[in-house]
Design a binder for this molecule. Structure first.
Ligand SMILES: Nc1ncnc2c1ncn2[C@@H]1O[C@H](COP(=O)(O)OP(=O)(O)OP(=O)(O)O)[C@@H](O)[C@H]1O
Length: 204
């Protein structure tokens, strides 16, 4: 057994990361963009690790930390990822260090991750507990309208997202869900205000 990596608990607790999840189309990107625009110096996104090769224009340590399968697995062994997953034959993960780097710069790390990742973060053996926010669409029907309205996905992708959305929403209602707050994105301004209150506090 390899020893687990060191975690700078103090830095992370001083700037508790926020995990935001919710079905695709719930409005996470829209709301986070607004938050970053309003508070440009307060937040940070961690740089993920991946075993896929860099694409033209991508730089190691900027878009991703590009690593070999062996390096990735060694970090998994050491509990060096707060969450990791496989997509299309490649591994992707958010390292403890990447989140820590943001906290050490005095910023709050925002993690936009899906259900399986949320479970992993919540169950990590040494990483301090972040704050968990779930953004929900008002209903499945409205979610479907928004996904279609966004017009970025093909029919097959929309159906897949809707199925995954159902799983996300069932999980959020289940007793094992770690969410500290559930916000329904019905009216965008109202939902944004609630997200901001949760993340930066009412008097910010
Ligand atoms: N309250 C709202 N009322 C109406 N439309 C909304 C509202 N919030 C977001 N939308 C629209 O819904 C669509 C989905 O939003 P967005 O792309 O932010 O979702 P997302 O949760 O980030 O999805 P993904 O995880 O796929 O990136 C967008 O077209 C956005 O403009």
């Amino acid at each position: 057994m390899s020893p687990t990596i060191h975690v700078n608990t103090a830095a992370i607790k001083a700037h508790t990361p926020i995990v935001i999840s919710g079905p695709s189309g719930a409005g996470k990107s829209t709301i986070l963009k607004r938050l970053f625009d309003e508070y440009p110096d307060r937040f940070g996104f961690s740089i993920s690790h991946t075993t896929r090769g860099p694409r033209a224009g991508e730089e190691n340590g900027r878009e991703y930390h590009f690593v070999t399968k062996e390096e990735f697995e060694a970090l998994v062994e050491k509990k060096g990822f707060v969450e990791h997953a496989q997509f299309g034959g490649n591994c992707y993960g958010t390292s403890v260090k990447a989140v820590q780097d943001i906290a050490e710069k005095g910023r709050v790390c925002i993690l936009d991750i899906e259900m399986e990742g949320v479970k992993q973060v919540a169950n990590h053996p040494t990483f301090p507990r972040p704050r968990f926010l779930f953004l929900s669409p008002p209903s499945k029907e409205v979610l479907e309208q928004r996904l279609r309205g966004r017009a970025t996905d093909k029919e097959e992708a929309i159906l897949k997202r809707l199925k995954q959305a159902e799983a996300e929403m069932d999980f959020a209602k289940s007793p094992e869900a770690p969410h500290d707050k559930v916000i329904v994105n019905d009216d965008l301004d109202k939902a944004y205000g609630e997200v901001r209150d949760f993340i930066v506090g009412k008097d910010a």
